[in-house]
Write a protein that binds this ligand. Structure first.
Ligand SMILES: Nc1ncnc2c1ncn2[C@@H]1O[C@H](COP(=O)(O)OP(=O)(O)OP(=O)(O)O)[C@@H](O)[C@H]1O
Length: 302
């Protein structure tokens, strides 16, 4: 299949009080139409920086991004974004929040058609009975469902997700991963997701892009995830390749935890087993204590 999104030599230099900081340098990636890609890497390496440049919300210093043959120069409705928090207008209902975008994108459709689009996606994410409630009347997980419905309802070419489940408890997180994977399967959207969660990346992705640590972060490695689709969590966890792939990711992350940082007390590293399907999700971010234990024991930050 041909390339749908091409990121070439993408570089971002931020101005800081200490001078220019090159956070991402020469980041190259090609994504096929309908592919689900996750970006994983240590906190602060530049994952959100890359995603926000693809979203058109962050200026590119050099390099470029081409989506469906067109160079991206700013934000647009061809990219649907799901953030960690969905940023809903509090005085509007879930339905009205989704309709805001639908009215703009499908302005040629009649009102009834537009209403049907919003209702369809809100129902698919499990909010059929709650779509006329305001954000304050919804749980955090329900609000995130609205955010997912809104992104899909706009029928974007590409879906960009920045730690979409990072604020949720693990049960809600798993439920919403399931909602996302089902919607993605139905709509076949090309997707790029930033995550700290190794298990989430393995469950959802076709490929996992591992970023090196910044400054000057780039693509360090890419893991193909070939579990059959449609995916069901239990089958994925029991797949004979699951722990080999998980180990590959963790080894990359552990190796990069040491790079540019001062290793200490290697002899006191905790022994962490990855061979049980009852393991909690392992993440590289602040939401997972196990990952924190790895990085705390392995490195001290300069
Ligand atoms: N506007 C900005 N100005 C200066 N530095 C910035 C700016 N935005 C981000 N940075 C820096 O760029 C680096 C990468 O940030 P970014 O948020 O992209 O990382 P990340 O990998 O997504 O982190 P996390 O996983 O913790 O969300 C960090 O050191 C951050 O402090």
């Amino acid at each position: 299949m041909s390339t749908y999104l091409e990121i070439f030599k993408l570089t971002k230099v931020y101005s800081t009080p200490k001078g220019p900081a090159t956070i991402v340098k020469d980041f190259d990636l090609r994504i096929k139409k309908g592919e689900f890609i996750s970006l994983i890497g240590h906190s602060g390496c530049g994952k959100s920086t890359v995603l926000s440049m693809v979203a058109g919300l962050n200026d590119i210093t050099s390099g470029g991004i081409i989506l469906a043959g067109k160079e991206l120069t700013g934000p647009g409705p061809d990219r649907g974004i799901v953030f960690q928090s969905p940023c809903l207008l509090p005085w509007l209902t879930a339905f009205e929040n989704v309709m805001l975008g639908v009215d703009q994108v499908f302005y040629t459709a009649n009102k009834d058609e537009r209403r049907q689009i919003a209702e369809y996606y809100l129902s698919v994410v499990g909010l059929a009975d709650a779509m006329h409630k305001k954000p304050a009347q919804l749980s955090q997980g329900m609000r995130q469902r609205v955010g997912i419905a809104r992104a899909f309802a706009l029928s974007p070419r590409m879906l960009l997700l920045d730690e979409p489940f990072g604020m949720l408890d693990s049960l809600t997180r798993m439920e919403l991963q399931q909602v996302l994977i089902e919607l993605w399967r139905k709509d076949k959207k090309t997707a790029m997701m930033v995550t700290h969660d190794v298990d989430e990346a393995l469950f959802l992705s076709d490929r996992i892009v591992m970023m090196t640590n910044g400054p000057e972060a780039e693509v360090g490695d890419i893991l193909e995830v070939t579990f059959p689709r449609p995916r069901e969590r239990k089958a994925v966890l029991e797949h004979p390749d699951y722990y080999r792939l998980r180990e590959h990711l963790i080894t990359f992350l552990e190796e990069h935890a040491h790079k540019g940082q001062r290793p200490v007390r290697h002899s006191s590293l905790p022994v962490i087993k990855h061979n049980s399907s009852s393991d909690q999700p392992l993440s590289t971010g602040p939401n997972n204590q196990k990952a924190d234990r790895i990085s705390e024991a392995a490195v001290i930050k300069n």
